[in-house]
Ligand binder design. Structure first.
Ligand code: ADP
Length: 469
């Protein structure tokens, strides 16, 4: 089957969060089981792209509001990603350093989606499935079905994966003129709450919709940033499919980012070396239990309560904490202050550092994930694979992947996002750490768990096949 994935991010080309990891792994797994999956994404000026070799495979003059934007599609060459990657460069619009965060993002992503469809339209062989990811590609199913220019694509089934419904990409109807022509009476399909809402339009128009974990799908019917009614209404075509992880990239045995590689067999010494390296680098004490946090410093991740958690935990327990992340400036500033206040006990790197994230999974004893919203969450699965015990709030994918030690599992769960509950969980972790014999056994169980894409990649294929029948 020919599968076209359309996404704003794809690891290692451009990564902001989990979306990149998924789009950087799922197509490769689909190809290993005999399909032809490729990825098309905007051209971002990342360090990876600046170094990469590319060839131009398509050019198009995109006209919006009478203005012409020269666009071209570049294919990555000499890469061994396991799938072809195409990048859409639109003069003045996509050729930028960051993936998101510009005032004209709605316009940029609309233009990107138009060029993608124009390119698909001109292919000799059409894809069997168009797989869209998140709101940045949510207008594709609408355009394929309702815009006159893309009439030829009407019969191609489209799937929309929702990785995060907090972000929906809304923009005012005044920008409606930037679409290719469609019947005026179809405008309602784009609308949600008086705005053009790409995620809502995707949910309405895609043939199938999935979230990246079953629990998140259930939760979204109750609370989805205004889309709960729509999801409940469209429930018949919605399904939750748990993300997998790329077990080739995320393998402690071969991970080139680690100071010391290790297997399940020598996990204790291997992890000790990685912890020592991490602690030396950040002025921490490797003989104490080490708690880590990795992620975007935003409300959904519970990052706003992290400073208070850190203060209380450092007062109550003899532990060390390391944090890697970036996001809201006020949170970043408070965390930086704490690093000054608690030298030798807490430290952080405010920013994005792929290498360090791997070292934290391999060196920290516990990973904190006090998320308010977690559509799937990959961090806990990486942590498990590296033998680092996750401490999670039981929500979304965290609920689907982490079983508490008191229920015979391998992690620590709490129900609410409160400082008290997280600090209580940290106390449980400290008690667990003191029982080293059992702790090491649990690490073994964690590392044996299989969260690879093998299973979920097949579930997506099954879903595509149902749509082709
Ligand atoms: P989300 O996509 O909501 O940010 P996920 O858990 O799905 O959360 O994926 C997060 C991914 O981003 C993981 O691969 C994690 O290791 C990585 N990550 C997040 N923040 C950072 C950071 N500051 N530096 C390096 N990697 C990070």
């Amino acid at each position: 089957m020919q599968i076209l994935h359309i996404s704003a991010e794809c690891y290692p080309v451009a990564k902001v969060g989990g979306l990149a990891d998924v789009v950087g792994a799922l197509p490769a797994y689909q190809n290993t089981i005999g399909h032809e999956a490729k990825v098309i994404m905007p051209f971002h000026k990342t360090a990876f792209v600046e170094r990469a070799s590319t060839k131009v495979v398509y050019c198009h003059d995109l006209v919006i509001y009478g203005k012409t934007y020269f666009s071209e599609i570049l294919q990555l060459v000499d890469q061994e990603l396991g799938f072809p990657v195409f990048m859409v460069r639109i003069n003045q619009l996509t050729d930028r350093k960051n993936v998101y965060g510009y005032d004209d993002d709605p316009f940029r992503f609309l233009a990107f989606q138009r060029v993608v469809l124009q390119w698909v339209l001109e292919q000799e062989v059409l894809p069997d499935i168009v797989h869209c990811h998140d709101h940045h590609t949510g207008l594709i199913p609408f355009m394929m079905y309702y815009c006159f220019d893309f009439e030829r694509l009407k019969e191609i089934p489209s799937v929309l994966s929702i990785h995060n419904a907090q972000y929906q990409g809304q923009f005012p109807h005044e920008m409606g003129g930037a679409f290719p022509r469609f019947r005026e009476s179809d405008i309602g399909l784009l609308d949600w709450d008086g705005m053009i809402n790409p995620l809502a339009a995707g949910i309405k128009c895609a043939w199938r919709v999935n979230t990246v974990s079953p629990s998140y799908m259930e939760e979204m019917k109750q609370k989805a940033n205004g889309l709960e009614g729509l999801l409940a209404h469209e429930h018949a075509k919605c399904i939750g499919i748990l993300n997998g992880i790329d077990t080739h990239t995320w393998n402690p045995e071969t991970d080139t980012y680690l100071t010391k590689n290790y297997t399940i067999g020598n996990r204790v010494t291997g992890r000790r070396s990685n912890k020592k390296e991490l602690c030396d680098e950040f002025g921490l004490d490797a003989s104490k239990p080490l708690f880590g946090f990795i992620g975007r410093l935003v409300w959904e991740k519970g990052a706003d309560i992290l400073p208070d958690i850190l203060i209380q935990a450092l007062h109550q327990f003899d532990i060390n904490i390391i944090l890697l992340g970036s996001g809201f400036k006020e949170i970043e500033d408070r965390l930086k202050e704490l690093a000054v206040r608690y030298p030798g006990r807490y430290n952080n790197h405010i920013g994005y550092e792929e290498r360090m994230s791997h070292q934290v999974y391999a060196g920290a004893d516990f990973l904190l994930m006090p998320s308010r919203v977690e559509p799937c969450g990959l961090n806990q699965m990486y942590a498990l694979r590296y033998g680092c015990m996750p401490i999670v709030r039981a929500t979304g994918g965290l609920k689907d992947t982490v079983i508490d030690i008191k229920d015979g599992g391998f992690g620590i769960r709490h129900e609410d996002v409160t400082v008290a509950q997280v600090v209580y969980s940290i106390g449980r972790a400290v008690a667990q750490y003191e029982n080293q014999k059992q702790f090491k056994e649990i690490q073994k169980t964690m590392m044996h768990l299989d969260h690879s894409w093998d299973h979920s990649a097949g579930t997506y294929i099954k879903l595509y096949k149902e749509l082709k029948e």
